[in-house]
Write a protein that binds this ligand. Sequence first.
Ligand code: BDR
Ligand code: CA
Length: 312
Amino acid sequence: TRRLIIDCDPGQDDAINLFLALPETDEYEILGITVVAGNTSLEKTQRNARLLCELAGRTDVPIYAGCDAPLKYPLATAEEVHGSEGLEGIDIIEPEMALESQNAVDFIVETLTAAEDGSITIVPTGPLTNVAKALQKRPEISVKIKEIVLMGGALKEGGNITPSAEFNIYVDPHAADIVFESGAPLVVFGLDVTHQVLSSDAELERIKNIGNLVADAAYSLLTHYGRFDAEKYGTNGAPLHDPCTMAYILKPEIFTFKPCNIRVETESELTRGHTAVDFWYATELPRNALWAYEVDTPGFFDLLIKQLSTYS
Ligand code: BDR
Ligand code: CA
């Protein structure tokens, strides 16, 4: 069984990704959920992670709070997309589930240090600050990583926070640079693929019809999330960015990849956070990532519906 650490900043689409991940399974074990500042402050993202685990009946999964700001730049957030609390659409209550006292970065370092080579999968769906800090502290832990399966970056789609950058990479490009240069195997879901997974009215209707608490929460979150992004993109529904990562863990065959070199711009004012994806092999740089560029969208939604249907 795979051993996972999910690193997130919930966030509406992070929430759907957690709902995909949390049904009990023999296929993987979630060692912990580590939380970072991104869509909103760390104070709120860690509360949201606990709230979502409680909702999903998984208070057994330990939650660790990590970095409250990027490595160098001041924190940029996205409340206009996700709402002032980060989870627009569901009632925000203070969860009873406790936060672990250990810092997320120390948890990642400790878990990887104790693990066998190539045995831990990290699934980041927010800025890469926690993961980068762990790799900065103890670079030798990169060999313990089986894969880093992350949402971030863009090639043909262009950016969503600036013309040339996707939000997660833009917020902490220095962290992304450390992760992309770490030598750990990377599987990268950028906007080119996540924009193919839209929460259309037809799919929302299917989610609405499931009829359990988690599916109802997913429906409500997506209804609010969709409103902002659908207007922005002129599409029927909003892109389910982060859920591509767990969909890959559960059903990798729905995605198409190309091994590519990917580098991150950290300094330029104009293109900060740009991911230079060498899709056409213009260089001979090492292919440090599998770049996802196509998805079987109906296959994705069948999986989401299946996972949401397992809750009671
Ligand atoms: C990414 O930015 C965040 O707002 C989403 O949660 C997702 O991780 C998409 O660019
Ligand atoms: Ca996110």
